[in-house]
Design a protein around this ligand. Structure first.
Ligand code: HPA
Length: 273
């Protein structure tokens, strides 16, 4: 049996053995964005270190737990913390949870991240609904033999982020009086933040915000036919003239301050997805 498939199946059976329902929606919470996990009722907490082939999270602000339960009546699986390419994991490990979600029957994936704002209209604390992405993350997580049972060799990416979910999130933001922006996310390998020249280049390329995650997971979700919604919380600025030194601690603090807006949108979207 293909080794990756075996890993996916082992992780999926561990999770199946710990829950007594079929989850509908998976959610990935990024740096400083964990509090949504507190909204889960009847939570079943599975530590990544106990799930076969999941990696214990080494990044501050990432709890390293998969939590199963209910939010607003919907059965969810929440990753509190994700695996990053910059941690040294192979792309098949970074994206393993997504294929496990596919195996468990999940059809909707909501992803969050902390990101640097590149577009002039963004400020620290802004919430940006991701409309599309650019990958500066090579290699692609789909390099290697295609896993035919998950999806095609050459997956379509013409609507990588579901327009329907973006429309629903816009409606929610309007109802709740939360200002949101739309924009393109560019994913880098990290772990460096950008030089001023890199921020400028990314802006010229058409990116509005930059971060070190999300793109691999979204590529694999699209390969598996899972519908994606993505949201960035802007924590610092890569806008010429406004660039200041940035640290992970500041990113976490800024994400923490802005997360209630994101949490409100996500909670409602879970209900309506
Ligand atoms: N660059 C890359 N990743 C990030 C940033 C940034 O400015 N802010 C938060 N994550």
């Amino acid at each position: 049996m293909n080794n990756v498939i075996q890993m996916i199946d082992e992780a999926a059976s561990y999770i199946r053995n710990h829950i007594d329902f079929t989850p509908q929606i998976a959610i990935i919470l990024g740096s400083g964005l964990g509090p949504l996990a507190g909204e889960i009722t009847s939570p079943v907490v599975m530590k990544y270190s106990d799930i076969p082939h999941f990696k214990a999270s080494a990044v501050a602000g990432h709890a390293g737990e998969l939590i199963a339960g209910t939010i607003d009546g919907r059965k969810v699986l929440v990753m509190n913390g994700r695996f990053h390419y910059y941690e040294g994991h192979r792309m098949e490990i970074v994206t393993l949870p997504i294929r496990v979600f596919a195996r468990l029957g999940i059809r909707n994936l909501l992803v969050t991240n902390a990101a640097g704002g590149i577009a002039d209209r963004l400020n620290p604390g802004s919430v940006m609904l991701i409309t599309d992405h650019l990958s500066m993350m090579c290699p692609s997580p789909l390099i290697g033999p295609n896993l035919d049972e998950f999806g095609p060799r050459f997956p379509d990416m013409s609507e990588a982020y579901s327009k329907e979910l973006i429309r629903k999130a816009d409606e929610i933001a309007e109802e709740k009086g939360i200002k949101v922006q739309h924009g393109v996310y560019i994913g880098t390998q990290g772990p460096t933040f950008e030089t001023p020249a890199e921020y400028k280049l990314f802006h010229i390329l058409g990116a509005d915000a930059v971060g070190m995650s999300t793109v691999p997971e979204v590529i694999v979700a699209n390969h598996c036919g899972i519908k994606v919604f993505g949201i960035s919380v802007i924590t610092d600025l890569g806008v010429e003239g406004k660039i200041v030194e940035v640290t992970h601690e500041e990113v976490q603090k800024a994400a923490d301050a802005a997360q209630p807006k994101m949490t409100t949108i996500m909670r409602e979207l879970i209900n309506r997805a």
